[in-house]
Design a binder for this molecule. Structure first.
Ligand code: E4P
Length: 218
């Protein structure tokens, strides 16, 4: 399973990269705005900075909503760095743009996916990744993990190579359950990834080992 970090914060990306388990980064316009990155040139430079920090795929989202605009913006993003994945919304125009980029061999991430039908369309358009937002579904009392299960079944039935990128991951149990049901990738905050490290018995056991070692080596 691949781990992507869902942030535009360079310090957090560096921290996750240093852990040695990071496979990529996802961003979105809200995450860029949260870091105070505004204006086209600053945004493009920030994507390059992110690519230079990590080894894997970096999703960069288009802001245009019309087809021509998505193509223009997506091409500009893809030209920035070979790690860039063009992130497109699941709209009619986004699916058409996904087909355009996949035909050209440019990687895509189709985002804002909330149903199995939407995921199926993205796979048929050749998406590299499809991003179902499990946390946002949970927020409205709908089972986000059940959506991942449905998409897994559909993709396996037909051998679609599109990777299921479970997005809007909020905590450790989302990651563990996504791993159990076969999501290819999760993207979430550093807190969720680093949270996997924690177990009180590990802390208690280590404290005991240290104490016993010190007793015997005084
Ligand atoms: C996915 O790529 C999105 O950036 C993200 O996972 C959305 O998460 P949120 O629902 O926590 O904003």
């Amino acid at each position: 399973m691949k781990f992507f970090i869902d942030t535009a914060n360079l310090a957090q990306i560096e921290e996750a990269q240093a852990l040695g388990v990071l496979d990529g980064v996802t961003t979105n316009p809200s995450l860029m705005a949260k870091e105070g990155i505004t204006g086209k040139n600053n945004i493009l430079k920030h994507y390059v900075d992110i690519c230079n920090l990590v080894d894997g795929d970096v999703s960069a989202e288009v802001n245009a909503v019309d087809y021509e605009g998505m193509i223009k913006e997506g091409e500009e993003l893809a030209d920035l760095h070979d790690q860039i994945v063009v992130k497109l919304p699941l709209t009619k125009e986004g699916i058409m743009a996904c087909k355009y980029f996949s035909d050209k061999g440019i990687k895509t991430n189709v985002t804002l996916v909330f149903s199995a039908g939407q995921a199926l369309l993205a796979a048929k358009a050749g998406a590299t990744y499809v991003s179902p937002f499990i946390g946002r579904l949970d927020d409205v009392s709908t089972d986000g993990l059940a959506l991942i299960e449905d998409i897994r079944l559909i993709f396996d039935n037909y051998g679609y190579e599109t990777e299921i990128l479970a997005a809007s991951v909020r905590h450790t149990m989302h990651i563990i359950n996504c791993a159990k049901i076969g999501a290819d990738v999760i993207t979430g905050p550093l807190s969720a990834i680093a949270g996997l490290l924690k177990h009180p018995l590990t802390d208690i056991g280590l404290a005991q080992f240290i104490a016993d070692f010190e007793k015997g080596n005084k």
